[in-house]
Design a protein around this ligand. Structure first.
Ligand code: RNT
Ligand code: ZN
Length: 415
């Protein structure tokens, strides 16, 4: 009797799609997985509450409180998901030895040595983010601050992070993507929209002139439309970030929670790819605002995946995840967001893009519509199961049982 997968393989082959190739491509595709789903974006360097207009809501028990706990939780994520991954750290996850402390502008590679050790043992690349929030110097504007001392503090932080990113690349042998996102903005209508943006550009210019190795550190710049308490104006708007990135030859980063609700990142990818050699994405799920809900296998995630694959430029696109839900089991949340993203990518890899594109060029929109809808009900589930089986994962929902066992044994003990 034919297996479910063999049956699916034939169904896809009849549509001009090679399932083996799709599984192989997905297995080799690297996702940059954020560390901050494990501890509600708290980090280890300050006791300051999460600031910067972002919020993790919910109080499900079992949040990681220490580096060891966060590492143990991420090990579960690694064990229960397939595909290649990088670990994406924030500067606020510095690990200090007993009694030691370094402020953000004085962070050094040694404060991340434990993470490097962790990554090397698991053959993971590392990505990085300066942290311009949850800090006393981030009460107002940061890199765009009119206060020269504060602005310089954050420029020094950015340079310190570039050094750490370089260290990550050298140690892991994999380039490090360093993403800059500042929360700077105003709650109410500003009198002057230009000056903060001019200062932000100046600060970035100053920091990026420090002489980092561009073959090892890829700097990305993430834009945003608004944040909580910063509803009227953000310094790092889409136009600012795209133009800055284009003129300074760094990468723009689009987070799909950072646009007006009817603006779709899936529609923006092709435009940016035409003018940028590389592009970075934060895959998230905004629900009415930039809520960073766990990614689902939903229409926009699928459409983003389609654009990534159909572009033929997958290698030029950094796919990073960015969600933080504290209302459900955090390890399960981490895993489900990864699985949803991978499912969307698999679906895109199982789509005969050349055929569909040819129909569009021929202006045969009726057949295009028919084919797009017909493809949706092919047995992708069987191919997904095969991908998971080859990655050595428990069948079906078995990963969930393992997370629940981990919750009972480890997470429940954390109070
Ligand atoms: C915030 C941005 C940013 C953060 C992380 C923690 O709106 O999306 O990427 O989520 O840096
Ligand atoms: Zn983001």
């Amino acid at each position: 009797m034919k297996s479910y997968y063999e049956y699916a393989k034939e169904a896809y082959a009849a549509n001009g799609v090679d399932c083996e190739k799709a599984i192989e491509t997905l297995s080799n595709l690297t996702l940059s997985v954020h560390c901050w789903q494990g501890d509600d974006v708290c980090g280890f360097d300050t006791k300051d509450a999460l600031s910067g207009g972002i919020q993790a809501t919910g109080n499900y028990p079992g949040k990681a409180r220490t580096p060891d706990e966060l590492m143990a939780d991420f090990d579960k994520v690694l064990a229960l998901t397939g595909g290649k991954k990088k670990l994406n750290l924030h500067a606020s996850y510095a690990i200090f030895k007993d009694g030691e402390f370094a402020d953000r502008d004085a962070l050094e590679p040694k404060h991340f040595a434990k993470w490097v050790e962790y990554a090397k043992e698991r053959d993971l690349g590392l990505d990085f983010n300066p942290t311009y929030f949850s800090h006393p110097q981030a009460a107002g504007l940061t890199l765009s601050s009119p206060n020269e001392e504060i602005r310089q503090f954050w420029v020094r932080h950015t340079v310190a992070c570039l050094r750490i990113a370089e260290y990550f690349a050298n140690e892991t042998g994999t380039p490090c993507v360093m993403n800059i996102w500042i929360p700077d903005g105003y709650k109410d209508i500003p009198a002057d929209r230009t000056s903060p943006r001019a200062r932000f550009a100046k600060s970035l210019d100053e920091a990026l002139a420090c002489g980092y190795d561009k073959s090892k550190v890829f700097v990305t710049l993430e834009s945003k439309v608004f944040g909580i308490g910063l509803e009227s104006y953000t310094v790092g708007s889409a136009e600012f970030c795209q133009n800055y990135a284009a003129t300074r030859h760094i990468m723009p980063l689009m987070d799909n929670g950072h646009y007006h609700p009817t603006e779709m990142v899936s529609d923006k990818i092709s435009s940016l790819l035409l003018f940028h050699p590389k592009l970075a994405l934060h895959i998230t799920r905004p629900v009415r605002w930039d809520s960073d809900h766990v990614v689902r296998f939903d229409d926009e995630t699928r459409e983003i995946a389609k654009e990534i694959v159909a572009s033929g430029r997958m290698d030029d696109i950094v796919i990073a995840l960015d969600y933080f839900d504290a209302s459900i089991n955090r390890v399960a949340a981490w895993i489900m967001g990864i699985r949803s993203t991978q499912k969307a990518l698999l679906e895109a890899l199982l789509t005969p893009h050349a055929e569909l594109s040819a129909l569009q060029q021929k202006e045969d929109y009726t057949r295009l519509f028919m084919r797009q809808e017909a493809l949706k009900t092919l047995p992708m589930g069987a191919v997904w199961e095969e991908f998971c089986r080859r990655a050595g994962l428990p069948a079906g929902e078995g990963w969930y049982d393992e997370v629940m066992a981990y919750e009972a044994k480890v997470l429940k003990e954390r109070s």
